[in-house]
Design a protein around this ligand. Structure first.
Ligand SMILES: Cc1ncc(COP(=O)(O)O)c(C=O)c1O
Length: 395
């Protein structure tokens, strides 16, 4: 390892090739070790790898990379973000209770509300933008406070240190879904969080080509426990996808920085547009979590949400936008527009959704790498059509 102190942007490029195997060959890319099993040296002395569910050199390089980027000691790669999240939740036991942010990714909501109760693990949702509300939800058997910040899809901000302090005072763990920020912009382990989780399908891979999840721990004992679950549950990431993800991580610095600059411009444009009722972006000083986010993260990131008056105007806007992809997901090189009510948050019943501010006019936008002037021109023409629709139906 070099003795030059690297910035995270540099580590994105260098971290994956620190292992022995690359130093032997000089390959600048970690090879894809397409092997399920490994020949053992002798009858009673085994090598570092035996079977790829338990460990694979390509996956290992990825796991070490994410551990380094997050400032942890152990990284784990899973077959999807939700596999990482559900595997981490398997650290809980029957009789345990968790408090979870009410603004949470729909798939996490589904696992917590429909799967965990069958194993005797109970939950309470709380408004994590208000630490007092979280405290009120803690019970004697609470073992975990589950954070997502910025949260999906309204970009709500949790004060990470306040929740970590609550967790420590109540002998609980904290998990944090860091998908929207990536370690480049927010490092929750440095703030005392126990497990950082990612849908690496998003910014980390960056090309909308793979489904992957990552988890990182700092504490050795917790890392061993999660490693045991990863092997027992078996939802590991394959070698080919581990390779793709390592390649994606290398370009993330440039991607995220361009997309974020564009997101800031788009947020300002939308904020002054008469048809837009609300812009939700932690980079706007009007955002309720603006100051807390600025304290705990380096940047507002490349995802924003905004509200049109109703379903009809949202529909007209979506149907007339030409450049972005209308799809679930985020974090790709292409801008992705999604409609949380029927996409990412479809697993949440309508009544619950509305209570959480996921209205029929809410759209989420993940800014890609297209030229920002083109994106704004496209938004402009689609919003004119949406405004006309609104006037015609006299809403
Ligand atoms: C914030 C967040 N967490 C977790 C997930 C789940 O990840 P995956 O789709 O990779 O399973 C998603 C997916 O949209 C997400 O947006």
């Amino acid at each position: 390892m070099s003795n030059v102190k690297e910035s995270l942007e540099t580590s994105l490029i260098t971290a994956s090739t620190r292992g022995d195997y690359e130093q032997k060959t000089g390959a600048v890319n970690v090879p894809i070790y397409a092997s399920s099993t490994f020949h053992q040296e002798s009858f009673d002395s085994f090598g570092p790898y035996d079977y790829s569910r338990s460990g694979n050199p390509t996956r290992d390089a990825l796991e070490k990379t994410i551990a380094e980027l997050e400032g942890g000691t152990r990284g784990f790669a899973f077959a999807s973000g939700i596999a990482a999240i559900s595997s981490a939740l398997m650290l809980l036991s029957s009789g345990d209770h968790l408090v979870v942010t009410e603004e949470v990714y729909g798939g996490t909501y589904r696992f917590i509300t429909e799967v965990l109760p069958r194993f005797g693990i109970d939950h309470t949702f709380a408004d994590f933008t208000n630490a007092e509300e979280v405290e009120k939800a803690i019970r004697p058997n609470t073992k975990l406070l589950y954070i997502e910040t910025p949260a999906n899809p309204r970009l709500g901000i949790t004060d990470i240190e306040a929740i970590v302090a609550l967790a420590k005072a109540n002998d609980c763990l904290t998990f944090l879904d860091n998908t929207f920020m990536t370690p480049l912009y927010q490092r929750p382990l440095d703030l005392g969080v126990d497990i950082v989780l990612h849908s690496a399908t998003k910014f980390l891979s960056g090309h909308s080509d793979i489904i992957a999840g990552l988890a990182v721990t700092k504490d050795e004992e917790l890392g061993s426990k999660l490693g045991f679950i990863q092997n027992s549950f078996g939802a590991i990431l394959g070698a080919q996808d581990s390779f793709s993800l390592i390649q994606g991580i290398k370009t993330m610095g440039a991607r995220l920085s361009q997309s974020t600059e564009s997101a800031k411009k788009l947020a300002n444009y939308l904020n002054s547009h008469p048809l837009i009722e609300e812009v939700l972006y932690p980079g706007l000083s009007t955002h309720p979590g603006y100051e807390i986010h600025a304290r705990q993260a380096k940047s507002p990131g490349a995802v924003l949400s905004f509200c049109l008056p109703d379903r009809e105007t949202a529909k007209a806007f979506v149907e007339n936008l030409q450049i972005p992809v209308f799809a679930v997901s985020l974090g790709g090189v292409e801008s992705i527009l999604s409609y949380p009510a029927t996409m990412s948050h479809a697993a949440i019943p309508k009544e619950e959704r509305e209570k959480r501010g996921i209205s029929d006019g809410l759209l989420r936008f993940s800014v890609g790498l297209e030229h920002i002037d083109d994106l704004i021109a496209d938004f402009d023409q689609a919003l004119i059509i949406a405004s006309n629709i609104k006037q015609k139906v006299g809403i």
